[in-house]
Design a protein around this ligand. Structure first.
Ligand SMILES: [Zn+2]
Length: 355
């Protein structure tokens, strides 16, 4: 069957990807400039873990969990395989899928680990999300889709505070190296080949340009949240680097090879982990905002983050191109019912957004 959109002949990126170009063989520039990811290995991970083991301490590390598959596996490995004294942390995001909540309860019980669930205890974050959503609808720009993740953008401040309070100096994350979306950088005028740190430093320029074209983002009430989001957006941001100087933050899958089949098989069997099957995908379903972002990217770019993720897995030899195409066909379906639920929760009319 003929594909409706033109895709790279090597990976699966469509010709609508920001900053994409193709050579004579139909291979995209994301493929030709791609550098294969190299895992650091279990030995290096064990060196870090062994340095943090301490019989006098109640906890030796924090593992951040969302209810999704990769953080579930990270928690399992840290507690069961490496015998670390783990404190699980979870941001009680008001938009968490019910199945993710169940998964969190199941994994904590199965592994017998303590958990701290924190929230922002403020209506301000919801108000800022509503403000950003309204601003976006006035002038839909794919570059501003990440602005919908207001709540998660400031959790690193809480994570560092909890670590300090419990005298924990190691934080382990379950994010996998293939899911850092490359096309988002191009949207903010940063080359997709730049690393995380340079991207962080340059993308403020692109953000400023976007905001100058749509000043509705600049609601005075939301500016402090926006600044905090920039300072504490992820473990590589400035605020986290400064406040977390005494803390080691590691990405588990930078040390251990990410393997979807192994991950799913172990967490299903040992943690009673599951996902809402009608959503088709086991990736990024745990927060309802994900469905909204898929919709926004699809409407403005004709692709979602899954196109980028699967393109990387194909380049890495972790998935065949045929399988990636089959998955995209199935998993890029938009879940309008979920989005309507979310918009309703924000006190807006779904009609306002979905038309
Ligand atoms: Zn390609």
């Amino acid at each position: 069957m003929k594909e409706r959109i033109l895709r790279c002949s090597t990976c699966v990126l469509p010709n609508t990807t920001p900053g994409i170009s193709f050579n004579e063989e139909g291979v995209c520039n994301y493929c030709t400039s791609y550098r294969m990811f190299k895992v650091k290995g279990e030995r290096k991970l064990l060196q870090i873990l062994d340095a943090k083991r301490n019989p006098k301490m109640k906890y030796e590390c924090i593992v951040n969990i969302s209810g999704g598959r990769d953080s579930a596996y990270t928690l399992l490995k840290m507690k069961k395989d490496y015998g670390m004294k783990v404190l699980a942390l979870n941001y009680a995001n008001p938009f968490t899928d019910k199945q993710a909540e169940k998964n969190i309860n199941n994994m904590v019980a199965a592994l017998n680990v303590d958990i701290i669930r924190f929230d922002h205890r403020s209506a301000l974050f919801e108000a800022c999300f509503r403000n950003n959503l309204k601003a976006w609808v006035r002038n839909p720009s794919p570059a501003m889709v990440p602005m919908m993740c207001t709540g998660c953008k400031i959790i690193w401040r809480d994570i560092l505070r909890i670590a300090k309070r419990n005298e924990i100096t190691l934080i382990v994350n379950g994010g996998n190296p293939y899911e850092y979306t490359s096309y988002k950088k191009e949207l903010l005028k940063v080359s997709h080949t730049e690393n995380l740190l340079t991207t962080y430093l340059i993308n403020i320029k692109g953000l400023t340009a976007e905001i100058s074209r749509n000043y509705h983002y600049l609601n005075p009430k939301c500016i402090p949240t926006f600044v905090k989001g920039y300072l504490f957006g992820n473990q590589y941001s400035l605020g986290v680097r400064l406040l977390g100087k005494q803390t080691t933050c590691i990405d588990f899958f930078h040390f251990i090879q990410w393997n979807e089949k192994d991950i799913l098989s172990r967490i299903k069997r040992e943690l009673n982990w599951d996902f809402p099957h009608y959503l088709e995908s086991t990736w990024r379903w745990d927060c309802q905002i994900g469905h909204l972002k898929d919709y926004m990217y699809m409407k403005t770019l004709g692709m979602t983050e899954k196109d980028d993720f699967y393109a990387k897995l194909v380049r890495e030899g972790l998935m065949t191109r045929t399988e990636a195409l089959a998955r995209l066909k199935k998993e890029n379906r938009l879940h309008v019912d979920k989005i309507a639920e979310l918009i309703h929760q924000l006190g807006l009319s779904p009609k306002y957004f979905l038309t």
